[in-house]
Design a binder for this molecule. Structure first.
Ligand SMILES: CC(C)(COP(=O)(O)OP(=O)(O)OC[C@H]1O[C@@H](n2cnc3c(N)ncnc32)[C@H](O)[C@@H]1OP(=O)(O)O)[C@@H](O)C(=O)NCCC(=O)NCCS
Length: 247
């Protein structure tokens, strides 16, 4: 909320937008835990853990507030004591952030589930066969509004139901070690490989004694962009997912 025309409010509003689109300013820390460095001068990934200083954790919080808003977390909900957070620094700004947590099990995404098939079947039906269809007309332009499938928000469905209700996971659990609780890249830097580099840094440094395999990492409630990233990063449609609250 800000008052348009108020100089101070306008200034704060502008800075808020700049930080959201381009990243929170970052001058550097004396004790940075650098876990990866990249080609571009100064680009690096830092890890922040519970034991780090207040200054470091405050900076992390200033990024998490954007992520919590965009991903629908409550304020202060993303981070807990066991989390390791990764910050991608570029050009003196924090342009990406990943929060990972230890997990024990995960579920494999089912690639071609009947529900997904039903969705495409519905799309292929003729207009008269389509359920709940409404035509909204504005002059020459018509919009079709269609309810493809309604999902009741019951606990059991929430456990399985993912993007657009079309991605389901197997009930069977498989062992896993690291959960991606949240991953976020500022809008101005998306599709430049930063999300993938954060995942690389996490796999390399999450466990002190070994580099994690793709099959040991899982994603919590992926958004559609998160789903696309996970599919591309793991080279598999049947990557692992988990429910954060189950940890
Ligand atoms: C999801 C997110 C972190 C991806 O970060 P990113 O830095 O853009 O990802 P990368 O550049 O490493 O993407 C690697 C590949 O993943 C796939 N991919 C990533 N985002 C995609 C998108 N929005 N649509 C389609 N494919 C996508 C592409 O194959 C991409 O390779 P390409 O750009 O060469 O085609 C970013 O879009 C984001 O912050 N979104 C908002 C928050 C969010 O939804 N987070 C996910 C929570 S699970």
């Amino acid at each position: 909320m800000y008052a348009k025309g108020e100089d101070n409010d306008e200034k704060v509003h502008k800075e808020f937008h700049k930080e959201y689109y381009e990243g929170v300013r970052f001058k550097g820390w004396r004790n940075e835990r650098v876990v990866a460095e990249h080609r571009n001068a100064g680009d690096r990934v830092l890890m922040v853990v519970e034991e780090d200083s207040l200054v470091q954790k405050r900076k992390l919080q200033s990024v998490l507030k954007f992520i919590e808003k965009e991903l629908g977390f409550a304020d202060g909900e993303i981070l807990h004591k066991l989390c390791k957070a990764y910050l991608y620094i570029s050009n003196h700004r924090i342009v990406g952030c990943l929060v990972a947590e230890p997990i024990k099990t995960a579920h494999r995404v089912i690639v071609s589930h009947p529900t997904a098939k039903n969705l495409s079947d519905t799309t292929e039906k003729s207009d008269s066969q389509k359920p709940n269809k409404t035509l909204l007309r504005f002059g020459e332009i018509g919009f079709n509004q269609e309810v493809i499938k309604k999902c009741k928000s019951t606990k059991s469905q929430e456990t399985d139901q993912w993007v657009n209700g079309a991605i389901l996971s197997e009930e069977k659990t498989v062992p896993a070690l690291c959960g991606v609780r949240a991953i976020w890249v500022v809008p101005s830097h998306r599709r430049q490989g930063i999300g993938s580099k954060l995942l690389d840094a996490m796999r390399k440094s999450f466990c002190a004694d070994k580099r994690l395999e793709h099959a040991e990492c899982a994603f919590s409630s992926p958004t559609s962009a998160g789903h696309a990233l996970a599919t591309s990063y793991t080279h598999s449609m049947s990557f692992l997912v988990y429910m954060s609250g189950d940890v």
